[in-house]
Design a binder for this molecule. Structure first.
Ligand SMILES: Cc1cc2nc3c(=O)[nH]c(=O)nc-3n(C[C@H](O)[C@H](O)[C@H](O)COP(=O)(O)O)c2cc1C
Ligand code: SF4
Ligand code: SF4
Length: 301
């Protein structure tokens, strides 16, 4: 069976899980390819019998680059697909949305699974209750999951259609991500020596060759905040304070109850004790935040 795992990952969590699933599939099947979303040739998808697609959860749904990728796929001709995700609060409607598009493209969706991941949004508390994930236990689960989906796909190709899921988790609308005001300070920016934000923006919303430079192009920018976090010069200046109160309320009213429920039900092994969580210290106000880039580039996919 020809297999591939495709993933998008902004801050590395989904990449780690993808690698483990890929290794699991390779060990069970003897072959698997692993691709970052941006390097996939859409015309080559039909050579695979089993494909996995992985995403971080953004606004209760798949990340925007994954949505765009899925919408541009050709007909998938009944081939088997599975979906996986990482998230920091709840997986929301991610699989509902992804399955809908995959099925519209004639894929057979055979399975889905999600894991918790570390949080890197500057307006949210650090430490955050899901920090430390995915850890080695999560990655062993992901490896086993890779082995499982190979067996499942073989059975379904042999006619065991009763093994195909009929529903894909809760139905939840996509949420627009919080808008954080940002400014490009051209005096600090070292373009064209540096082109990091332009190269790394997952939505192609930055183009400094344009006159005037195009930064956070409306309609494209999805407020992922990566550009601010990776700029080595601090040339992208964000006003996180504007969203701090709202983020704190979201954590108190939304995230903490969800995390408590997940911990009680055994879905989450919390690695950060509650006593370490301080809702009043968002990442952008911690000591680590002073230097640029904010996030170690070695961590990025
Ligand atoms: C722009 C953005 C939006 C997010 N929205 C959600 C969300 O709606 N629900 C959730 O549980 N986590 C959310 N998260 C957290 C990510 O899903 C989580 O950190 C994920 O593991 C990141 O994966 P990555 O490191 O592969 O990018 C969001 C993160 C970002 C950057
Ligand atoms: S916040 Fe920055 S990196 Fe993210 S989509 Fe917008 S311009 Fe691109
Ligand atoms: S990452 Fe910073 S310094 Fe580099 S091009 Fe972007 S704004 Fe300029």
């Amino acid at each position: 069976m020809k297999c591939a795992v495709i993933y998008f990952s902004l801050t590395g969590n989904t990449k780690k899980v993808s690698q483990a699933i890929y290794e699991g599939i390779s060990s069970a099947n003897g072959q698997c390819d692993l691709f970052q979303l941006k390097s996939v040739d859409l015309n080559s998808l039909d050579k695979y019998d089993l494909l996995g697609i992985g995403t971080p959860v953004w606004g209760w749904a798949e990340a925007a680059p994954v949505r765009i990728f899925q919408e541009s796929m050709p007909s998938l001709d009944g081939k088997h697909w599975f979906m996986f995700a990482t998230h920091c609060a709840d997986r929301g409607g991610v699989f509902y949305h992804m399955a809908k598009t995959l099925q519209f493209k004639q894929a057979t969706v055979i399975s889905y699974r999600s894991w918790y991941g570390e949080m890197w949004m500057p307006q949210y508390p650090k430490p955050y209750p899901t920090d430390g994930h995915p850890d080695s236990i999560d990655l062993s689960e992901a490896f086993e999951y890779g082995r499982e989906v190979v067996g499942l796909s073989e059975q379904v190709y042999q006619g065991a259609n009763n093994l195909i899921p009929q529903t894909f988790g809760p139905v939840r609308d996509r949420l627009h991500l919080e808008y954080i005001p940002m400014q490009l300070n051209l005096e600090k920016c070292s373009y064209p020596k540096c082109r990091l934000c332009e190269k790394r923006c997952p939505m192609g919303a930055i183009n400094f060759e344009k006159k005037p430079p195009l930064f956070r192009q409306p309609g494209r920018c999805v407020n992922c905040l990566l550009c601010e976090m990776i700029c080595p010069k601090g040339a992208i200046e964000a006003d996180y304070a504007k969203e701090e109160a709202r983020a704190r309320e979201t954590v108190i009213q939304g995230v903490i109850p969800l995390i408590k429920k997940a911990t009680t039900k055994g879905y989450l092994r919390q690695l950060v004790p509650w006593s370490d969580l301080k809702v009043d210290t968002p990442l952008y106000r911690t000591e680590k935040w002073g230097k640029h880039p904010r996030i170690p580039l070695s961590r990025l996919p």
